[in-house]
Design a protein around this ligand. Structure first.
Ligand SMILES: [Zn+2]
Length: 301
């Protein structure tokens, strides 16, 4: 029994904080979509308790918080959302003059993408909120979160800055890889069985998306649009179809059955599954997976 430790020692061990330093102030952050949640947690580290507002599998384009969720938002010291034209209900919070910081992380990043998004798409003039898929904008959004955290806990400014620098360097490296590697692909047009979320990505990296859904995943294609999409795939001799992992696969399965295309996932990044959330999946990992699949599916050097 010589390995048995005294009970008092064990108790002491569990009571000691792992870092050896007690965190007096954990900033409560409520973020609407996954990239903002992930950036808050990564930059805030041990000083942040981040919560994701929009649950897995819920369409971010049509989400409305229930009164209980509104209550949780009002308790947060930092409420971070993407853009008032995506989370339109956030206006109510801003006008109520809430106590905590309200951050519109994508303010001013909107672009008029109507010229270079899908020409055939019926939704081309609508607002496109998917800024985070241009990795330079993702860095910008992360920096705004860092500044908000600094305001709340100025004494940890250096810590937040270090974490931000690490995250920004990783995102920048991936942005550069996107820019240099995607230019050498055999194909620049890709077919996507998902919603039109990649306007900013295609603009930054000179790709062309043909998406079967409109700007939000509930804008399902009509039978006629689906038939035209399938006809295009056949005519252009497309062998790979990219698909959106978080939406119904019925449309995708129909296209596969009709054309025999091989499937590769391409993730819009706005929300993840419950399992991915619990396992600590990061936005960067999702984008790295996208990158690998793009290289493979577009036949890049
Ligand atoms: Zn979307």
């Amino acid at each position: 029994m010589k390995n048995k430790l005294p009970a008092s020692f064990l108790l002491l061990f569990f009571l000691l904080p792992l870092s050896g330093e007690e965190i007096k102030h954990k900033i409560k952050v409520m973020a609407t979509i996954f990239p903002l949640y992930d950036f808050s947690g990564q930059i805030g580290g041990r000083f942040v308790q981040a919560e994701l507002l929009i649950p897995a599998g819920v369409d971010i384009h049509h989400f409305e918080p229930r009164p209980k969720q509104m209550q949780r938002i009002s308790e947060a010291e930092l409420f971070v959302f993407c853009h008032r034209r995506l989370e339109v209900w956030a206006d109510r919070l801003i006008s109520k003059n809430k106590k905590g910081i309200i951050l519109e992380a994508g303010a001013g990043l909107e672009q008029n993408l109507s010229d270079d998004t899908n020409k055939n798409n019926r939704n081309q003039k609508q607002f496109d909120p998917h800024f985070w898929l241009d990795l330079r904008y993702a860095i910008e959004m992360a920096e705004r979160i860092k500044k908000a955290l600094e305001k709340i806990l100025p004494e940890e400014k250096n810590y937040f800055q270090q974490n931000f620098n690490r995250l920004a360097a990783e995102l920048k490296a991936l942005d550069q890889a996107f820019s240099s590697k995607l230019a050498g692909c055999r194909k620049q047009v890709l077919y996507y069985s998902g919603h039109q979320a990649f306007g900013y990505l295609q603009r930054r990296y000179h790709l062309q998306f043909q998406s079967i859904y409109g700007l939000s995943p509930d804008s399902e294609p009509s039978a006629r649009q689906l038939a035209a999409f399938i006809r295009n795939i056949r005519e252009q001799k497309i062998s790979v179809l990219f698909f959106e992992p978080m939406i119904s696969s019925q449309v995708t399965q129909t296209i596969v059955a009709e054309t025999g295309v091989r499937l590769l996932p391409l993730h819009p990044g706005a929300s993840v599954s419950r399992d991915q959330l619990l396992s600590g999946k990061t936005f960067l990992q999702l984008m790295e997976e996208n990158f690998k699949n793009l290289l493979q599916g577009l036949g890049c050097e």
